[in-house]
Design a binder for this molecule. Structure first.
Ligand code: DP6
Length: 333
């Protein structure tokens, strides 16, 4: 048994969004989703076995390891309890977790964080239940999109069919299949006011929710084909439709949720401007104000330059498709 293990897991950006759940407590999705795993936006998590006592949870940032606020540690604590129960092991953990990017800013820090935590706990317990269980255990953190972050490249997360489904995601193409870039315009670094979990639960109250469900089979088909054929011309328009519709549903939920900031709209206009100038770039967004701009490597410099010049953009992150989680030799705690 390893005494300590550190895993780095990436965030992912959804091309087809998970928005709406049939079982919030188990994060079972109401619709299939497809995402691209990132390379630069990552979480790292060290898990150490303790001799006894209580679990200890530390957030590691510029100030070094410190005790995070309860809102942060409670979700980690609940997941440690879940994993302990699943493993049937009466052990205690010391956990240190770190993000390479602003947490809670619509950059899927929960997905990468819970994927890293799940994988580090499995390593430290010397358990390897296989890829489907790894994905399902990450999903059970409550951050459903963590199910996709345990894989690299392009990932599909279907709806669980029946029974006590484990509802894992699965890779559909590796990271070398298509070297897409994701240029992220950070316009907001504060945590979002309404969680995704709340958003999933409010979504069916929107009059646009049911209509999106009818459009999804064709969209999933188009995105699958676009990835297979490496066609940004096919992928791009669907990316933008999905992003706008996620926010249309959020804004028309009851009560409504407004994630956009004025600078969000400025970035969307800049992306349209780039296309008018012949740069093939398309936006997408998760449940937050920040905008992800997807393009081929040859266009990345032009996209970065245009986005960085916008007054409301605080930071531009150059990201792209990545290989998925890795184990590290250096530990956070
Ligand atoms: C809009 O419930 O996985 O990003 O717990 O905040 O990571 P977090 O969210 P989760 O919902 C993700 C919603 C989404 C779309 C997506 O990633 O599919």
């Amino acid at each position: 048994m390893r005494a300590r293990s550190t895993v780095q897991a990436p965030a992912n950006i959804a091309f087809i969004k998970y928005w709406g759940t049939t079982a919030p407590e188990r994060a079972l999705p109401a619709n299939p989703s497809i995402s691209m795993t990132l390379r630069e936006c990552v979480s790292r998590c060290t898990v150490e076995l303790r001799d006894g006592g209580e679990d200890e949870i530390l957030l590691v940032d510029d100030e070094g390891p410190h005790v995070p606020p309860p809102a942060f540690s409670d979700r980690i604590q609940a997941h440690l309890d879940r994993l302990r129960e699943w493993a049937g092991r009466e052990v205690r953990f010391r956990v240190g977790t770190q993000n390479s990017f602003p947490a809670g800013a619509g950059l899927a820090s929960s997905a990468s964080g819970f994927a890293a935590l799940t994988l580090a706990v499995l390593r430290v317990l010397d358990l390897d239940p296989g890829p489907a269980q790894r994905s399902a255990l990450a999903r059970r953190s409550g951050s459903g999109s963590a199910a996709r972050s345990v894989f690299g490249g392009f990932v599909r997360w279907p709806v669980a069919d029946a029974g006590p489904a484990i509802a894992p995601a699965a890779p559909i193409a590796g990271p070398d299949h298509w070297p897409l870039r994701d240029i992220i315009a950070v316009v907001e670094t504060e945590p979002k006011a309404v969680s995704s979990l709340e958003g999933h639960q409010r979504a069916p109250g929107s009059p646009h929710y049911a209509r999106r469900q009818t459009l999804l089979p064709e969209r999933l088909e188009v995105v699958g084909t676009a990835i297979r054929e490496r066609s940004l011309d096919r992928l791009g328009p669907v990316l933008e439709e999905e992003a706008v519709e996620l926010h249309l549903i959020a804004m028309s939920s009851r009560p409504p949720i407004f994630y956009w900031r004025p600078a969000t709209l400025a970035v969307l206009e800049a992306v349209r401007g780039l296309r008018e100038d012949g740069v093939a770039a398309y936006f997408t967004m998760d449940a937050g104000a920040n905008v992800h701009v997807v393009c081929e490597p040859a266009e990345a410099a032009a996209v970065v330059e245009r986005l960085a010049a916008l007054p409301g953009v605080r930071r531009v992150i150059r990201d792209g498709v990545g290989p998925g989680p890795i184990e590290l030799d250096t530990h956070l705690i």
